[in-house]
Design a protein around this ligand. Structure first.
Ligand code: HEC
Length: 220
């Protein structure tokens, strides 16, 4: 009868020989891993968020303004189409009014933009944005600077082209961009054309009704 004691040396011998045979492979693997670590160690560090080296990504003021406008305009468009147009005009289940709190109604698209812009300012943003028009229902939305006036006139005549200029306000230089604000749906034109305070009553869908003005500071 074979004992466990006799079987042991054979196993040990077998293992030892196999380890010997594996040495060339082990050496190849070791070499491979060392080479891998060396290559990884020599690789350039990925750029950090606060990096100041040449890999830092910089944005031009115009790119910054265009990106901000894309978000602002998309938000304004979706609010106007999915809430105001759908619920007030199509479903007729709500109204959009200037006194939206008392009336338990939706805020006007212009009020939404102003509330959002003010909320961004309260969080300490350096950039600004505002809705203006050459035909304002609310006189406070009339152009306040020459750049705003020129920009609004330009986008009214060239709805597909943005207006860019540099201007100084309160001792600080800004990159100012003016983007056409167009009538997206019947809610826009119906309300403005029927409003008692509206200085213009012949807006049509697709026409420029005003402009979104985005200001990015050029000095910090
Ligand atoms: C239910 C009425 C209503 C609807 C719908 C509406 N507006 Fe207005 N809009 C107003 C009123 C009232 C103001 C002024 C509000 C304020 O400044 O508090 C205003 C302001 C504006 C202004 C700023 C100049 C001004 O007239 O005071 C622009 C530009 C404008 N709206 C464009 C649009 C566009 C584009 C749409 C559709 C996407 C739209 N509006 C939908 C009533 C409406």
């Amino acid at each position: 009868m074979k004992t466990k004691h006799k079987a042991r040396p054979r196993t040990i011998k077998f293992l030892w020989i196999s380890e010997l045979r594996a040495w060339p492979f082990t050496a190849v693997w070791l070499f491979f891993f060392c080479a891998l670590f060396l290559v990884a160690g020599c690789r350039e560090e990925p750029p950090q968020a606060n990096a100041t080296n040449s890999t830092e990504v910089t944005f031009k003021p115009q790119e910054m303004a265009d990106a901000l406008h894309a978000v602002i305009a998309a938000n304004r468009e979706q609010y106007s189409l999915q809430l105001v147009q759908r619920l007030c005009i199509e479903e007729k289940v709500l109204n959009a009014t200037g006194n939206w709190k008392q009336d338990k109604a939706l805020p006007l698209p212009a009020q939404m933009l102003r509330m959002e812009s003010e909320a961004v300012q309260q969080k300490g943003a350096e950039f600004h944005y505002v809705l203006r028009s050459l035909w304002p229902i609310n006189p406070k939305n009339a152009p306040e600077t020459d750049t705003e006036r020129l920009g609004l006139q330009f986008v009214a005549e060239h709805p597909d082209t943005n207006y860019y200029a540099a201007e100084s306000l309160g001792g600080r230089r800004y990159f100012t961009a003016v983007y056409a604000d167009t009538a997206l749906c019947t809610a826009c034109v119906d309300c403005h054309n029927r409003h008692q305070e509206s200085p213009r009553t012949n807006f049509r869908i697709g026409e420029v009704m005003g402009g979104i003005i985005v200001r990015v500071p050029l000095e910090f």
